[in-house]
Design a protein around this ligand. Sequence first.
Ligand SMILES: [Zn+2]
Length: 184
Amino acid sequence: MLSSLFARRPDAQDPALFWTPPGTTVVQRYRNTLGPLEGAVVVYTSASDRSSSYAAACLGCTYRAARNDRRVRLSETEAADLANAHAAHCRAINRGLPAIPNDDDAAQIVRNRLRSLRPYGPSPHQVHLTDFLEDRVDLQRDDDFVKQAMFEIARTEGDFLKAAPAYSGSTGTRFLVQPPPPRN
Ligand SMILES: [Zn+2]
């Protein structure tokens, strides 16, 4: 029946086809081999940091990439190549948009990322919103949420994360992940 055939075509208004993780700008989309609605791989950059860092993420499985083999941030071309390669073999079926975590779980994603940024040397690591690029698909929160989560961590775990005024000439706050305390 023609009518049911047409009914199964993806609706151009389907948000899953154009979903953009909060806090990001999606620059390219790839569909996997199963069809237009059966999973998508997005290439995106941070909407707020005017950076040249890109990431690729699959909405159908857990594939996330924000760095290359040498642990260097991805250019748009590198991210697109990874996305294209992943889309070519990913068999994930469509589960709709990734589930939105509750606030506690989202704050935990922020905390886990900060833990991974803990410096080995004596100088603190200054946090940039780009540091959360790889988490955006799972986090699904805007920049304000990320900042508020960091304020809360700085308030309760000051030896782990410090909040400091931004340098003169700009407004806002710098967040600094502190090195681990020296072992005795
Ligand atoms: Zn996938």
